[in-house]
Write a protein that binds this ligand. Structure first.
Ligand code: EPZ
Length: 414
């Protein structure tokens, strides 16, 4: 891409990847069909389709983001390493398979670019519900005649941990209470689907969730919420490239912390019921931020916000309190001319510094988005390598940005 062109026009937000992934797994809790709408056609969704297929579920991808899953009966209870290693969210089959079949074998996901990302809290909580958990040869072996409701307190807020336990508890014996549960909108969306399937979940979206287990769940139809991180990414894109855009099909209340923080930097944002009108100011001001569990500023927006701060006047600190190693994008930004100093979990950004286009390499999904945003604001040409990271979670980001006037194209790189 070649930077320097302000953005203008309208961009439509796709469904949330991180709401679609647990929703697909929830279909394992019933032998009836579950139909999901507004599912983004991104790589991780295809991968989850393969994981469900490997378990014996029928997965049908229809046009326009409709996916139908029918797990009539499971022919395997194992999520194999070769699939789990490509997408750690595969661990979300653990809760539903264990609840339905009394047994599950899931490869440990292993670390990834942003940290060790253990699943110890998922396993501890399932043990509290009466499961026997063994870990050997890189696999989790879980068994439970029938899961029993329990009082569970999560030491650390865990999004997929909360989601795994929501699904496991939905078909357990008795009541489960999850405390210090994740409040992310994706957790609330999963609970809405589970309740549509006949589950009895209360309090999703708050730190305390009560689930009254039921013997069986039925099929349902569900529309997945818009992707709040994709929405925030386009707000940041407009702030960096300049111009004025409208973001449609989004849900502003799901990203209030991001909207407030971007307003603090000077970005003009008008909120509508399902749209945002954004205008970039002449100058941006530095504003510090700490990533926090929802409703705090999301870690998935940290890298994108950092690019913005390299263009803002002043010194800002960005503290990453969720993951221990989510600064892989810093070295690449420095190669483009950014002034960022990382000390432990805090990055010190001094701006504004002109960015110059360069050949850079993506390491993880959000870092690759940050490099694309940097390219929009850089002088000259930027080539982002390993864009498969992008395609995991952003639906056609190059087309959407080109639709806003950016000079960006996908190339076949040797
Ligand atoms: C989810 O990952 C998201 N993925 C991530 O988005 C997101 O960054 C993250 O939540 C935080 O919001 C999906 O929803 C598929 P966590 P998850 O469990 O659930 C520690 C993206 O870009 N922890 O909330 O894996 C963990 O190491 C991805 O779409 C334990 O120690 O994150 C981390 O430091 C990247 N033990 C913190 O908790 C556990 O058992 C939060 O992790 C579980 C987590």
């Amino acid at each position: 891409m070649v930077g320097g062109r302000p953005l203008e026009g309208t961009v439509r937000i796709s469904g949330a990847k991180n709401a679609s992934l647990p929703a697909l797994c929830a279909a394992l809790l019933t032998d009836e069909p579950v139909r999901l709408r507004n599912v983004p056609e991104v790589r991780d969704i295809r991968t989850m389709g393969r994981v469900l297929g490997a378990l014996g579920a029928e997965v049908e991808f229809r046009v326009g983001g409709v996916v139908e899953v029918r797990a009539r009966n499971l022919t395997s209870l194992e999520a194999p390493y070769e699939l789990v290693k490509t997408m750690r969210a595969s661990v979300l089959v653990l809760g539903p398979v264990l609840a339905r079949e009394g047994r599950a074998r899931v490869s440990l996901p292993g670390g990834c670019a942003i940290g060790a990302r253990p699943i110890n809290l998922h396993l501890l909580a399932l043990e509290k519900m009466g499961a026997t958990i063994g870990v050997e040869h890189g696999y989790v072996e879980a068994r439970a005649e029938r899961l029993r409701g329990a009082e569970i307190y999560f030491d650390t807020v865990t999004v997929t941990g909360t989601e795994n336990l929501l699904m496991a508890a939905s078909r357990a014996e008795g009541e489960t209470v999850l405390r210090n549960a994740a409040c992310e909108p994706e957790v609330r969306d999963l609970a809405d689907l589970l309740n549509a399937m006949g589950a009895k979940v209360e309090g999703a979206g708050t730190p305390t969730i009560r689930i009254e287990g039921v013997r069986s769940l039925g099929g349902a139809e569900h529309r997945v919420i818009p992707d709040r991180v994709e929405t925030g990414t386009y707000l940041a894109a407009c702030a960096i490239a300049g111009g004025e855009i409208e973001v449609r099909d989004c849900h502003p209340p799901h990203l209030e912390a991001v909207i407030e923080k971007l307003r603090e930097t000077g970005l003009r944002i008008e909120e509508g019921p399902d749209n945002l009108r954004v205008r970039s100011p002449r100058t941006l001001h530095a504003a510090s931020v700490t990533t926090l569990p929802h409703p705090g500023f999301p870690t998935d927006m940290q890298a994108q916000y950092m690019v913005l701060m390299t263009q803002a006047a002043g010194v800002s600190t960005i503290t990453e309190s969720i993951f221990e190693n989510r600064y892989m994008h810093v070295a690449e930004l420095e190669r483009m001319g950014a002034h960022v100093r990382v000390e432990g979990r805090t990055a010190l950004v001094t701006g504004p510094t002109p960015l110059s286009g360069a050949q850079v390499m993506a390491t993880d999904l959000r870092a690759s988005a940050c490099l694309v945003l940097a390219g929009l604001g850089a002088r000259g040409e930027t080539i982002v390598d390993r864009v498969y990271h992008l395609d995991r979670g952003y639906y056609r980001i190059d087309e959407k940005l080109r639709g806003l006037g950016a000079d960006i194209e996908r190339i076949r790189w040797p």
